[in-house]
Design a protein around this ligand. Structure first.
Ligand SMILES: Nc1nc2c(ncn2[C@@H]2O[C@H](COP(=O)(O)OP(=O)(O)OP(=O)(O)O)[C@@H](O)[C@H]2O)c(=O)[nH]1
Ligand SMILES: [Mg+2]
Length: 308
C-alpha cells in the first residue's frame, strides 16, 4: 500500500473570533446540527466534537468558543476550553468573518492577537478559512484582505468559503484529509458527535433563550437538565430543565409577560428536541436565580463548562 492510500484520522480545532461562523461550519461539514448557532457572539461555551467520515479518512472537528477579549470567569473558562482543544489538534483551522474585516479592517489584529501569539511558535498545519464570502458580490474586494492575512500568517493556507451556503466545503474537507496523520478510525461510522443527547437538549434550550432574549441577558443564562426519563410505555421522554439566571430581573425577562416568553422558548425547544430524539417530548422549564453564577467556577464546572 502506498503512503497516500493509507487511512487517515485526526483532530481539527476550529478556532476564531466570536461570531465568525465556527459552529455553522461544523454543522455544514457534518451535515447535521451538532452545535448551536445564533447571531450573537459567544454562543458556544464548550468544545463540541463533530465527526466526518470521508473515503479513507475520519476527521474529528472540534468547535470551540470564540476567542473573546471579555473579562470574567465565564469567558476565562471558555478560553481554557479553546486552548485545550488547540493542544489536542493535528490541524488548526482558523476561521474569520471576512465581511467584518472588509468593513472594519482595524479590528483584524485586535481580534486575532491571542491566536497570533499561540500560532507564532506552532509547527502544525494551519488553514485560514475566510468565511462569509456570500455577503458581497464582488469577490475581488477580498484580495487585499487575503494578502494581509498571508503576510500575518505566512504558512497558512487561505481558503475563501461560505459556511452558510456550504460553498467550498467539499474542497476544504479534501484539503484537511491531506494534512491528517495516518491512523485507523477512532469512532464508529454512524457516530456524528461525542455530545450526549442530554447535553444537546440543554444546548437547544440555550439556543432558544439566546434567540429570544435581548441585550446582555443571554450571557447570564445557563441550562441544566435535572430530570430525564424515557417513559417507554407512553413512548415519550420527560425532561425537566433548570434555566439559571444571574439576577432576579433577568428571571422576569425570561418568563415574559404572562409567561409568554418561557412558553415560546419551551415550545420551540421541545419541537427541536423531539426531532433530535425522534420521539415525543414533555419539556418543563424552571427559571432559577443564582446570583453571580458566572463568577462561580465550582458551579460552572458542575454545568460542564471549562476544560474537560
Ligand atoms: N452570511 C453568512 N453568515 C454566516 C456564515 N457563517 C455563519 N454565519 C452567521 O453568523 C452568525 C454566527 O454564526 P455561528 O456559527 O454561531 O458563529 P460562531 O463562530 O460559532 O460564534 P460563537 O460560538 O459565538 O463564537 C450566525 O448568524 C450565522 O448564521 C456565512 O458563511 N455567511
Ligand atoms: Mg459557536
Amino acid at each position: 500500500m502506498t503512503h497516500d492510500k493509507e487511512h487517515r484520522c485526526g483532530w481539527v480545532a476550529i478556532m476564531g473570533p466570536p461570531n465568525a461562523g465556527k459552529s455553522t461550519l461544523l454543522n455544514a461539514l457534518i451535515g447535521q446540527k451538532v452545535s448551536i448557532v445564533t447571531p450573537r457572539a459567544q454562543t458556544t461555551r464548550n468544545r463540541i466534537v463533530g465527526i466526518l467520515n470521508e473515503p479513507g479518512a475520519q476527521i474529528m472537528f472540534m468547535d470551540t468558543p470564540g476567542l473573546t477579549r471579555a473579562r470574567g470567569h465565564l469567558p476565562k473558562m471558555m478560553l481554557q476550553s479553546v486552548w485545550q482543544s488547540m493542544d489536542t489538534a493535528d490541524v488548526l483551522l482558523l476561521i474569520l468573518d471576512c465581511d467584518l474585516y472588509l468593513r472594519k479592517p482595524e479590528f483584524l489584529e485586535r481580534d486575532t492577537e491571542a491566536l497570533a501569539r499561540a500560532l507564532a511558535v506552532d509547527a502544525r498545519p494551519l488553514i485560514g478559512l475566510v468565511n462569509k464570502v456570500d455577503k458581497f458580490a464582488d469577490k475581488s474586494r477580498m484580495l487585499p484582505l487575503l494578502e494581509r492575512l498571508q503576510s500575518m500568517w505566512p504558512k497558512a493556507e487561505l481558503f475563501p468559503a461560505s459556511a452558510l451556503l456550504r460553498d467550498g466545503l467539499p474542497e476544504l474537507a479534501a484539503l484537511i484529509v491531506k494534512k491528517l496523520p495516518a491512523g485507523p478510525a477512532q469512532f464508529p461510522e454512524e457516530q456524528l458527535s461525542t455530545a450526549s443527547v442530554r447535553f444537546m437538549a440543554a444546548e437547544i434550550i440555550r439556543e432558544k433563550l439566546f434567540l429570544h432574549l435581548v441585550q446582555e441577558v443571554p450571557y447570564s443564562v445557563a441550562v441544566e437538565i435535572e430530570i430525564w426519563e424515557d417513559m417507554e410505555d407512553e413512548g415519550r421522554t420527560l425532561i425537566h430543565a433548570a434555566i439559571y439566571v444571574g439576577r432576579p430581573s433577568h428571571k422576569a425577562m425570561v418568563i415574559g409577560k404572562g409567561g409568554a416568553g418561557i412558553k415560546a422558548i419551551g415550545s420551540s425547544a421541545r419541537q427541536e428536541i423531539q426531532a433530535l430524539l425522534e420521539r415525543k417530548v414533555h419539556l418543563e422549564l424552571w427559571v432559577k436565580v443564582r446570583e453571580h453564577w458566572t463568577e462561580d467556577p465550582h458551579f460552572m464546572r458542575s454545568l460542564g463548562l471549562g476544560p474537560e
